[in-house]
Design a protein. Structure first.
Length: 367
């Protein structure tokens, strides 16, 4: 399928929607496994839409709201309710200080227009976070140790825990707890997607698990905030690696001597050194601001996103960055490329005439 425009937009600071355009009259829907699928009308035809994966758009814990041209007032009201918008009239996003709308659907469309979305309504689809389930059952307040709203420490607070009714034939009790808004919002919208909770509501039949669940979310949030602060203090550095080798070679048939193999390996790149946060095992001390994306090559990471952690850079020398140092290393890189191109032009299809020419020119090739 043709590559489509996909945007992640914050309708409100705590509520993100995903909007995309289509080129065909397919039906789109989300399925388990964090995929967007499409079909010609048969929902059982699970054709995966690859553009979301290629652009690293995370749709886990999301649902397809629908095609914009087919949305009702009820659909739009659900969006504003889930975003915890509590007023009876709705903002005109094209004139935020102007008169409000009485229609949530008109307001939603004004938001898309304010973001420069110009695709036709019948070619526009919207994905939203899965709506919060309604909590049911008996309720009891339980004390939890949870991260504070600055995510730099912990506080003790009471959270309501719901448990299923207990009857004479009850053999199992389920417990349900809802993650507080500030904690859920922070984790859900943080660039580190693997730390995002699968749902705002957590249900288990082991009581201690709800305590562990909230504690783990709090620990993740505090560690992420600490890592965010470390990245703000990141120092620009240069990473460089050079090695050369000369190794006698032998034939694999009778082990006869086949000459000396000479190799040169030169590589450098610009990175950002951060303080390592050992509680986040996957974090690296070095981050970069470019990453490879299928079909696009290496692209710059948006300034709002976290830089990309480098998995292993132990064999690189790490030096403080200066423009002069970067320029010098770039000159070496350019010259190595010229040397490689020259050698390749002459030696890749070497014949007697070329070799005699090289002998006549002496070492000019290496210059």
């Amino acid at each position: 399928m043709s590559s489509k425009t996909i945007k992640e937009l914050f309708l409100f600071p705590n509520y993100k929607i995903i909007v995309f355009n289509t080129f065909h009259d397919f039906m789109y829907y989300t399925v388990k496994g964090s995929h967007v699928c499409y079909s010609n009308g048969n929902k059982s035809a699970n054709s995966i839409e690859n553009d979301f994966m290629n652009q690293r758009i995370d749709v886990s814990n999301c649902k397809m709201l629908g095609k914009l041209s087919e949305l009702t007032e009820g659909h739009a009201m659900t969006v504003f309710k889930e975003a915890r918008y509590g007023q009876s009239s709705y903002p005109n996003f094209m004139d935020i200080d102007g008169d409000k709308f009485m229609s949530s659907l008109v307001s939603l469309k004004s938001y898309l227009a304010s973001e420069g979305w110009s695709f036709p309504e019948d070619k526009t689809w919207i994905i939203i976070p899965k709506p919060t389930k309604k909590l049911v059952g008996n309720k009891i307040d339980i004390e939890f140790e949870i991260s504070n709203e600055k995510f730099d420490g912990y506080i003790k607070t009471l959270l309501p825990v719901y448990f299923s009714p207990i009857k004479s034939n009850t053999t199992e009790i389920t417990y349900t707890v809802e993650t507080p808004d500030y904690l859920y919002d922070f984790l859900t919208h943080h660039p580190e997607t693997d730390k995002r909770p699968k749902s705002k509501i957590y249900t288990t039949n082991v009581f201690s698990s709800i305590i562990t669940h909230i504690r783990d979310l709090s620990s993740n949030a505090n560690n992420l905030r600490s890592a965010d602060e470390d990245e703000k203090k990141a120092k620009k550095v240069i990473l460089i690696r050079f090695s050369s080798s000369q190794k006698d070679q032998r034939d694999s048939y009778n082990f006869g001597y086949t000459g000396k193999q000479t190799g040169i390996n030169y590589q450098y790149y610009i990175g950002y050194a951060v303080t390592e946060n050992y509680s986040l095992v996957r974090m690296s001390k070095i981050r970069v601001d470019k990453r490879y994306e299928s079909g696009k090559g290496f692209v710059k990471v948006p300034y709002t996103a976290r830089k990309i952690a480098i998995g292993n850079c132990d064999d690189f020398k790490v030096l403080d960055w200066t423009q002069e140092r970067e320029d010098f290393l770039n000159v070496i890189e350019v010259n190595f490329k010229k040397l490689s191109d020259n050698l390749n032009n002459y030696l890749s299809d070497l014949d007697a005439d070329k070799l005699d020419l090289l002998i006549t020119q002496g070492t000019k090739l290496l210059n």
